[in-house]
Unconditional design. Structure first.
Length: 316
């Protein structure tokens, strides 16, 4: 999957109102609220849909916008009507972290926060194209967009953004949401095609998770990935993740491209996509990992986990 999260979007028929993503509502809970994962009902109980959003399994606690385009501006009566107990707030800290992103080392890698040199290196990475185009970083070749991305990925807050460096070269990237109620949410996990086949994704995530287990003892890890990203799933399972749920969701960037690709280009995604209620949806796995779960860091043969030309990024 890509560097975005799953967020529940109740259907218009159940809550009324309109919004982005084909008519999702713009009012659900009090401003700035997040429903703890333990009390979030299944989509069927709210007539719900799921929509990809950046960096969290649940709706992030920020105002403005609407479904699939920004966090809701207000959410109040609907949650009470659905039987969710108060308070409708996240158990995690509301204030963004101001602590510097720590440097992490291990497994032959150094995980560094974004900087201008690393952005320039990532701009030259190879690309995958559809349906993994959301991970491609060719837009960083534009100086204005590169500067905006650097500012976003170095801003203080609940997210930490890392670039994996090996012998001075940027070889992968990953991010983590430290304050998602569902757990330590890993996202934007990506290794470009020219650096696959050497266990970069496994080593990068192992270094990150070991450090986070020390910093946040007892917290589980969670990530999501579109079901067609089989190459990535082998790495996640080897790292101790297990699939705990399968969902149909709206992946905005994939959905937008599905309107424009040919049937031949769409064919490899059969079984992973569907056209439902007037929109394209993508099937996704939710992965979860308990602290201390064993990890297999052995690299597969060159050419990817399957032993063939890589077809998917390490991504969620």
């Amino acid at each position: 999957m890509r560097d975005e999260m799953l967020s529940q979007i109740p259907a218009p028929s159940s809550l009324g109102g309109g919004g982005a993503c084909g008519g999702a509502p713009s009012s659900l809970l009090p401003r700035g609220a997040v429903v703890p994962a333990a009390v979030l009902p299944p989509p069927s109980s709210l007539g719900g849909r799921w929509c990809l959003r950046r960096g969290s399994l649940l709706r992030p606690p920020s105002g403005g916008g609407g479904a699939c385009g920004g966090a809701p501006s207000s959410l109040g009566g609907a949650a009470r009507e659905a039987g969710l107990p108060p308070p409708y707030t996240s158990p995690v800290a509301a204030e963004p972290s101001r602590a510097p992103v720590p440097l992490l080392e291990g497994e032959g890698l150094t995980l560094r926060p974004w900087d201008a040199d690393l952005v320039a290196q990532m701009a030259r990475w190879g690309e995958y194209g559809f349906p993994y185009h959301a991970f491609d970083l060719g837009h960083l070749r534009d100086p204005a967009r590169a500067a905006a991305a650097l500012a976003e990925h170095t801003a203080p807050g609940r997210h930490r953004h890392y670039v994996a460096v090996e012998a001075g070269r940027a070889v992968g990237r990953c991010s983590v949401n430290l304050e998602d109620p569902a757990g330590l949410y890993l996202w934007a996990v990506h290794v470009p095609p020219e650096h696959q086949g050497r266990g970069v994704a496994r080593r990068m995530l192992a270094v990150l998770m070991r450090a986070l287990e020390q910093e946040f003892p007892g917290r589980e890890f969670v990530l999501t990935s579109n079901t067609f990203a089989v190459h990535a799933h082998r790495a996640y399972l080897a790292l101790g993740f297990r699939i705990v749920e399968t969902r149909w969701q709206v992946d905005r960037e994939v959905a937008e491209r599905l309107w424009r690709v040919t049937e031949q280009e769409r064919a490899p995604l059969a079984g992973h996509i569907r056209f439902h209620e007037g929109r394209w949806q993508v099937r996704a796995f939710v992965f979860r990992r308990t602290p201390g779960a064993p990890m297999d860091l052995r690299a597969r043969q060159a050419g990817g986990e399957s032993g063939q030309r890589p077809q998917a990024p390490f991504s969620q």
